[in-house]
Design a protein around this ligand. Structure first.
Ligand code: ASP
Ligand code: MG
Length: 417
């Protein structure tokens, strides 16, 4: 008997029939004797509609009121699922974020969860085996008592936080795919479902555009050591598929230590949300990087990859990347500070993509980068910029070569097998 959190996204609760299907998944675990807390998203399309209404009401709307509006989608699904569960004979009660409470800070529309008090939920598990049906995405600001939301996709983070709050053995995220893949299966047919992924690897993959989980949920899981499983809500609710070890089919995101056979490279991610800016002939002297990146920080623009050339004659070039959406703003901010920075020319490219090789095994294996560069060169792919961390190598290339590069690297590291 264990404690489980089950989270269902918007497509899984898109209509009453889908909600009934979710209830069958819940009933299965409940019948097996587990204590269950369910976290639900709004029905597919609902949040988009609510967001659009806020914009239509006023382009510059109050974020506190935005939260009141958009959090309502999840309230509807939690009530509906509780009704359906009760009808199936499962003891169930709905909970809004403020009722539990799920405390957050006050950054409305993108609030951070501070913690979840699981006491009452646990008490009800013990006293009446009551399933807690919790609205995802929403919480309450600890100081003001106002409703907050956790950013788009925030129900994932709600689920992980609830799992931490009730000390669940696992947090199952039911979604429209059956796990996390070595790369995007739409690009590489031979992409394989990963059985296990380390928190740190998943963090890299999630922030690099493998859109399965909200990045914050992975951070929260890593900090609180919550084991998360990504699995399919389209699986048979009564008798879900199992693997050769009798485990449910999906991808477990867990501590590195729980992963026995470590491959050097776990996955290849890519992100089109990247634009390149190159600054030509800056003076090579102390303070120049500060002068260049200061205005970007002031404009709240995240800089990602940075490459500075070796100085030849007292001048240097710096290349860096920013999110595509900030490309024009970034160029404008630099142009404005041109006199203070002092440079000859600014160039840029928007049609670039960042391909990343990810794996905790890189910590202990040399030569991963060298083999990637060689393989890309052999395909005639030019590298614009490189950045590395302990468990990741990112390479910026022309967007036209995305598929070729991802395929090449995927097979290079044996992920096709
Ligand atoms: N309903 C919210 C959204 O669409 C939260 C979520 O589904 O995770 O962003
Ligand atoms: Mg989602």
């Amino acid at each position: 008997m264990s404690r489980l959190v089950m989270k269902f996204g918007g497509t899984s609760v898109a209509d009453i029939e889908r909600i009934r299907n979710v209830a069958r998944h819940v009933k299965r675990e409940w019948d097996a004797g587990h204590d269950v807390a369910v976290v639900v998203s709004a029905m597919a399309g609902t949040t988009n509609k609510l967001v659009a209404w806020c914009r239509e009401a006023s382009v510059l709307h109050d974020a506190r009121e935005y939260d009141v509006v958009v959090s309502s989608g999840e309230q509807v699904t939690s009530g509906l699922l509780a009704i359906v569960l009760q009808e199936m004979g499962v003891t169930a009660r709905s909970w809004q974020g403020w009722q539990i409470p799920i405390y957050s800070d006050g950054s409305h529309a993108a609030a951070h969860i501070l913690g979840v008090n699981g006491e009452e939920i646990i008490k009800r598990f013990k006293e009446r085996r009551e399933v807690a049906v919790i609205s995802g995405f929403q919480g309450i600001h600890k100081e003001t008592g106002r409703v907050t939301t956790f950013g788009r996709g925030g129900s994932d983070t709600s689920a992980v936080a609830v799992a931490a709050g009730i000390g669940a053995e696992r947090c199952d995220i039911y979604t429209d795919v059956d796990g996390v893949y070595t790369t995007d299966p739409n690009v590489v047919e031979k992409a394989k479902r990963l059985e296990k992924v380390a928190f740190e690897e998943m963090l890299e993959m999630a922030s690099l555009g493998a859109k399965v989980l909200q990045v914050r949920s992975v951070e929260y899981a890593m900090q609180n050591k919550v084991r998360v499983m990504v699995r399919s809500s389209f699986d048979d609710p009564v008798k879900p598929k199992t693997d050769k070890n009798g485990q449910p089919v999906g991808t477990l995101i867990c501590d590195e230590e729980e992963i026995l056979e470590n491959q050097v490279v776990t996955g290849i991610a890519f992100s089109k949300d990247e634009a390149q800016i190159s600054i030509r002939r800056l003076a090579d002297k102390p303070g120049i990087a500060a002068a260049l990146f200061g205005p970007l920080a002031d404009a709240n623009i995240n800089v990602d990859m940075i490459v500075q050339n070796i100085s030849a004659d007292g001048f240097t070039d710096i290349t860096f990347t920013v999110p595509t959406a900030d490309y024009d703003r970034a160029k404008a901010a630099i142009e404005k500070a041109k006199a203070a920075i002092g440079f000859k020319a600014m160039e840029g490219a928007n049609d670039v993509v960042k391909v990343s090789i990810i794996g905790v095994g890189m910590r202990t294996h040399a030569g991963v980068a060298a083999s990637a560069f060689k393989a890309l060169a052999a395909k005639g792919i030019n590298i614009r910029a490189i950045s590395t961390s302990e468990i990741k190598i990112s390479i910026l290339i022309d967007a036209a070569y995305t598929e070729l590069a991802v395929r090449t690297l995927h097979s290079l590291y044996g992920l096709d097998r």
